[in-house]
Design a protein around this ligand. Structure first.
Ligand SMILES: NC(=O)c1ccc[n+]([C@@H]2O[C@H](COP(=O)([O-])OP(=O)(O)OC[C@H]3O[C@@H](n4cnc5c(N)ncnc54)[C@H](O)[C@@H]3O)[C@@H](O)[C@H]2O)c1
Length: 332
């Protein structure tokens, strides 16, 4: 089981490549790895509908290499992977609604580019541990709660199907070619640097923005159960997944505190010291791809790595509000 000292010594001075490194989770991972002394290369194409921005990495901008490149560009990726000691693979089209409106783009980024990237890894950095950002969306509508990794996979949208394939390629390349790949099935991840401009990166973003702007936000239904991971806890999971021998070749759930959306809305208002929300029915086009209640059983990852989430919802929401209060103009 890795200790804190193992995390520090693994990454100090190591060349770490993060795809999607200017996005919400990728940039938070980059900030933490910079603290640990890693030699960072962030690869991101600033996909317009995604959450990436250079502002996310402003505190470390001078200390990291940033390449505005597309993971669909095989030649560029082959160059960029040279010398890579660890690869955190987070670049993705993340919107469920956009994947239905434009399924081909989702296929190209979340499926085909993943295969191409792994082929490049095989050739250029076959020893590098790879951690892939998968998603709980691949389960579809849960048949039982909590959802463990043995739950059937039946995605409800194109994004879920392509992310499922992306994950499967990572595990396949471990099984067949011995790449040190692992996958984390993330649930709703929230925190500073998330996209608050619209609901593409979970509804929590638009809720945060609305309370900060003094507007009421909408809660659809409100009785759904969901779990939430504060981004620093998700980042710690990535760092551990790459170095824990027991994680290699496996796909794990990452969870957090679970509660009903109505309770989350109340917690947000309490953390902000004010605000209001309205409850309404699900819009029809969203209802079709909604997964209902979900929360993860993440005991397998805890057992393999010693990971446990540390940040309670109230603290995570307070930190998020504090960050966006100071930086709102950059994210509108
Ligand atoms: N945030 C969540 O709640 C959540 C939940 C489940 C899974 N995930 C997964 O975690 C990963 C990171 O998500 P995030 O929330 O930080 O989203 P994000 O949109 O903030 O980050 C994704 C980044 O990938 C970049 N990107 C997109 N297509 C690219 C391409 N073709 N080439 C290079 N870069 C590209 C975007 O510009 C963006 O900066 C994704 O793989 C996502 O599927 C996130």
């Amino acid at each position: 089981m890795p200790e804190a000292a193992d995390v520090a010594s693994a990454y100090a001075g190591a060349r770490v490549v993060i795809t999607g490194g200017l996005g919400f989770i990728g940039s938070t991972l980059a900030l933490r790895l910079a603290e640990l002394g890693a030699d960072l290369l962030l690869v991101d194409n600033l996909f317009p509908e995604a959450g990436g921005t250079l502002f996310n990495v402003a505190p470390i901008r001078e200390r990291v290499a940033i390449e505005i490149a597309d993971i669909r560009d095989v030649r560029a990726m082959r160059q960029l992977l040279r010398g890579c000691r660890y690869l955190f693979n987070l670049a993705a089209q993340t919107s469920h609604m956009d994947s239905m409106a434009d399924p081909e783009t989702d296929l190209a980024i979340n499926c085909r580019a993943q295969l191409t990237l792994l082929e490049a890894c095989r050739e250029i950095c076959p020893e590098a541990p790879i951690v892939y950002a998968s998603t709980r969306q691949i389960y579809g509508r849960p048949r039982r709660l909590p959802v463990d990794e043995g739950h059937p996979l039946r995605p409800v949208d194109v994004n879920g199907v392509n992310k499922m394939a992306g994950e499967a390629y990572h595990i396949l390349f471990h099984d067949v070619y011995g790449l040190h790949a692992a996958a984390l099935r993330l649930t709703n991840t929230y925190g500073p640097r998330m996209r608050i401009r619209d609901a593409r990166q979970t509804f929590v973003g638009v809720w945060l923005r609305a309370v900060l702007e003094g507007r009421a936000f909408e809660v659809w239904n409100g009785a759904q159960l969901r779990d939430f991971t504060y981004v620093d806890d998700a980042v710690e999971a990535f760092l551990l997944a790459a170095i824990a021998p027991a994680a290699t070749g496996r796909a794990f759930n990452i969870g957090g505190e679970h509660l009903r959306l109505r309770a989350l809305a109340q917690a947000l208002i309490a953390a902000n010291g004010g605000g209001s929300f309205e409850t309404r029915d699900f819009p029809a086009e969203r209802k079709r791809i909604d997964i209902g209640d979900y929360y993860a059983d993440d005991s397998a990852f805890r057992a393999a790595t010693g990971w446990a989430p540390k940040i309670p919802i109230a603290t995570g929401l307070a930190r998020s509000l504090d960050y966006f209060r100071r930086n709102l103009a950059e994210y509108r």
